[in-house]
Design a protein around this ligand. Structure first.
Ligand SMILES: Nc1nc2c(ncn2[C@@H]2O[C@H](COP(=O)(O)OP(=O)(O)OP(=O)(O)O)[C@@H](O)[C@H]2O)c(=O)[nH]1
Length: 405
């Protein structure tokens, strides 16, 4: 294996806090080096004619920030993602599966959250995830509402689709209406969660019903244009990562530039679909503007697992030179990998590590054969150089921290 693969591994060892949460639901200590246990080779499943399942689009068009956070006073705070919703709706499970690689089946043992749990995520962009206990009344005068909602990136409201959801919707509506007065720009992202195990009909009826009830309430109160989006999610498939990707993308001011760069790369190299992944969370922070289907996301996401797991076996943690890990890395080539698959329409997948946080994965088109790899490499190099200007690399080797209030 090319030694350059090992850098991906070294990075991922630092960034994947893979240990299961402690019995108090706390994140593992910084420095834990294990990665996820075993690749989930659903790649094979995909290759065996898995039908491409499209996630039904939300009728509410996404909105993007184009500058600093709407509620940020100084504009220098870390975006904050608030996870709210009823008890047992799945908030802690979502956070553990997406950011700590906890196997979904182990979320059965997560204890109920009793205090606000705050975690800092350090990746291509620093952000915080706050997990709220289900029973909390945020608008109780005892709470410092400003402290909770200022500097916020998005409010993620989790609704258990397998349970009675009318009360959850009532609380959600109350929260949105309260927020509209003081923080009208907060993105409210409604996760209609636990949709696994529901029949297709029931799933889409529930989804539509929830959207209708929220929108009716908002328009009754004169807030037709409140920034509320809806997603169907489950921790047992890729839908939760897909939804988080869309939530995070709205917080990236450079998104239009990234999309334009990816579009240009795709048209130059005949790439069917290109994703820029955050390696740590497997959230994609941008993709080209051609239609997305969950199948392409799944296969790319599984590919990252495979590369990380292989480099986990053959890689090692690189020692820092002069205590400066960035310097130690500059002498190495970026990790790259290529996989061929026999599936009509898609010749092969191409992965290139862009920097220590990001990887580019492309589904190559039929008219871009592997023999042209040199040209593709060159263009990806140009893309990488452009990206460096968009995301200048910063010293951010700060370990993840968790705190409770
Ligand atoms: N079927 C299914 N179960 C899920 C899903 N997500 C979470 N769960 C289960 O839902 C239960 C509650 O999950 P938690 O993450 O503890 O819920 P919570 O919202 O954090 O609960 P509180 O801490 O009490 O507010 C657990 O048993 C999870 O395994 C999902 O996508 N599908």
């Amino acid at each position: 294996m090319d030694s350059s693969h090992r850098r991906l591994s070294a990075h991922s060892q630092r960034s994947h806090p893979d240990e299961p949460l402690s019995e108090h639901g706390e994140a593992p200590q910084a420095g834990s080096s294990r990665l996820k246990p075993g690749a989930q080779l659903t790649l094979m499943r995909y290759l065996q004619d898995l039908p491409d399942a499209d996630v039904p689009p939300s009728p509410v068009p996404p909105r993007y920030h184009t500058g600093r956070l709407p509620n940020s006073k100084a504009g220098d705070g870390k975006p904050r993602l608030l996870l709210m919703g009823q008890r047992r709706s799945g908030k802690s499970s979502i956070s553990s599966v997406v950011f700590h690689k906890l196997p979904p089946s182990e979320t059965l043992y997560i204890e109920t959250t009793t205090r606000i749990k705050k975690e800092s995520m350090h990746s291509f962009m620093d952000f915080q995830v706050w997990d709220f206990p289900g029973h909390l009344d945020y608008f109780d005068p005892a709470f410092d509402v400003d402290n909770i909602f200022e500097e916020i990136g998005a409010l993620i409201w989790v609704i258990d689709a397998q349970d009675e959801y009318l009360e959850a919707i009532m609380r959600l509506n109350m929260t949105i209406l309260n927020l509209q007065n003081s923080y009208p720009n907060i993105n409210v992202e409604v996760f209609v969660h636990k949709v696994d195990g529901l029949s297709e009909d029931y799933k889409s009826d529930t989804f539509r019903d929830i959207i209708q009830r929220v929108q009716d309430e908002l328009s009754d109160n004169g807030y037709e244009n409140a920034p509320v989006s809806f997603y169907q999610t489950s921790i047992y498939d890729h839908s939760i990562f897909e939804a988080f990707s869309k939530v995070i993308q709205k917080l990236i001011p450079q998104l239009p530039t990234l999309e334009a760069l990816l579009n240009s790369l795709c048209s130059t190299c005949h790439i069917e679909k290109a994703y820029l992944f955050d390696i740590m969370s497997k959230i994609y922070i941008a993709t080209d503007t051609s239609p997305t289907d969950i199948g392409s996301y799944e296969i790319c996401s599984d590919y990252i697992d495979v590369v990380i797991d292989v480099s986990e076996i053959y890689g090692w943690d690189r020692p820092a030179e002069n205590g400066h890990s960035e310097i130690a890395e500059t002498g190495n080539n970026d990790a790259e990998s290529l996989i061929t698959m026999e599936r009509k329409g898609n010749n092969y997948l191409y992965l290139r590590e862009i920097n220590k946080y990001l990887a580019l994965i492309c589904l190559m088109g039929d008219d871009s054969p592997a023999e042209k790899k040199a040209v593709i490499d060159y263009n990806v190099g140009v893309f990488q150089a452009a990206l460096k200007q968009v995301f200048p690399r910063a010293e951010r080797d700060v370990p993840q921290t968790t705190s409770e209030e």
